[in-house]
Ligand binder design. Structure first.
Ligand code: TXA
Ligand code: MG
Length: 318
């Protein structure tokens, strides 16, 4: 067992995770954004096991988590933009899409057969320790079944998968609560493919040529919203009035009365608090006792852009 572990880390879990990864299995890990379903990114069968566990469509590529920049350079053509952004935002909720190196040892499956890889260095101290000790990239999508709400606690992961995964490492509640920003640096104009914890305003000073945000990627028909992060009951957005058989997801002070049940993402209107609470509150309100989840408007600034992106997908036609 490693003597340098932070005190709350259970070294037995670390040893168990490493041996599961070495034998090609999937282990759920905490990150500061959401929990991930992690496997050895260089082992094609292990990566295939992630897709099978999530029931995820094959064409959706996976983020590879790295311990440091040196590890990133084993896999991709590192650029000056990547260097600048990593210096500023890593470890943290920023994923960089870069071109695969010649002879890149990563499974083709993490790129879904394409030429690029999405890389991220997570900030959670337990997961950084796991990555350093494993000494290789871990492919990890959010630890939910495809299309469903992302997990922000170990209990959420247990509820989603039960005994179908051999180990869930408990690193507490995720502090950011929304998935990382995905930034494509593989094309001539950098573009945000998914808004997240690192906002457009934070990135702009480092990227004078930052293009318009394109969520959903190239696989999506233009103008169509992909259903994702979907609770079991319908979601209704931007409500100012609520019915007596609806659950209300509120924000701020002016909460409309009369709902069957209400949870407030942030009574004082703080967007980072709302982001951290979003997925767990959606889970709590996802109950067939209610006809729908009614959601109050959220300001579309800073991380509010990412919150609204997730809410639009949660409300999209299934
Ligand atoms: O915060 C996060 O990013 C979490 C934690 C676990 O790190 N992970 C996560 O992974 O949200 P996932 O698989 O649920 O979402 C990955 C996103 C998808 O929208 C995927 O299409 C995009 O990243 N992506 C992955 N690889 C890509 C690539 N090579 N090119 C473009 N987009 C990519
Ligand atoms: Mg996901």
């Amino acid at each position: 067992m490693n003597q340098d572990l932070p005190p709350y880390i259970d070294g037995r879990d670390v040893d168990k995770a490493l041996s599961l990864w070495h034998s090609g299995q999937v282990v759920a890990i905490p990150t500061e954004t959401v929990y991930g379903l992690a496997a050895d990114a260089c082992n094609g069968e292990a990566v295939a096991q992630i897709y099978a566990t999530k029931a995820r469509p094959r064409f959706n590529p996976l983020i590879v988590h790295v311990a440091n920049i040196a590890m990133a350079k084993r896999y991709v053509i590192w650029t000056t933009e990547a260097e600048r952004l990593a210096a500023e935002f890593w470890p943290g909720p920023l994923t960089l899409v870069l071109r695969r190196k010649d002879n890149c040892p990563l499974s083709e499956l993490v790129s879904a057969g394409g030429e690029t890889v999405a890389l991220r260095m997570p900030a959670h101290p337990l997961t950084r320790h796991l990555l350093e000790t494993f000494d290789g990239g871990l492919a990890a999508p959010s630890a939910n079944r495809s299309g469903r709400i992302s997990p922000t606690s170990a209990a959420h992961v247990q509820a989603e998968f039960g005994a179908t995964i051999p180990l869930v490492i408990d690193g507490g509640i995720c502090t950011v609560g929304l998935e990382s920003t995905v930034l494509d640096l593989s094309t001539s104009t950098p573009v945000i493919l998914r808004p997240g914890g690192i906002t457009r305003a934070m990135l702009s000073p480092f990227l004078p040529r930052l293009g318009e945000t394109v969520t959903g990627g190239t696989l999506k028909s233009p103008g169509m919203l992909e259903s994702h992060y979907a609770p079991g009951i319908p979601v209704r957005l931007n409500v100012t009035e609520v019915a007596t058989d609806e659950a209300l997801l509120a924000f701020g002070r002016d909460v409309p009365p009369g709902s069957a049940h209400m949870l407030n993402l942030s009574p004082d209107g703080t967007l980072t608090k709302a982001a951290a609470n979003l997925f767990s509150y959606l889970r709590l309100l996802d109950d067939t006792r209610y006809r729908a989840i009614a959601v109050m408007p959220i300001p579309n600034e800073g991380i509010g852009e990412a919150i609204n992106d997730r809410l639009r997908r949660a409300a999209a036609p299934r």
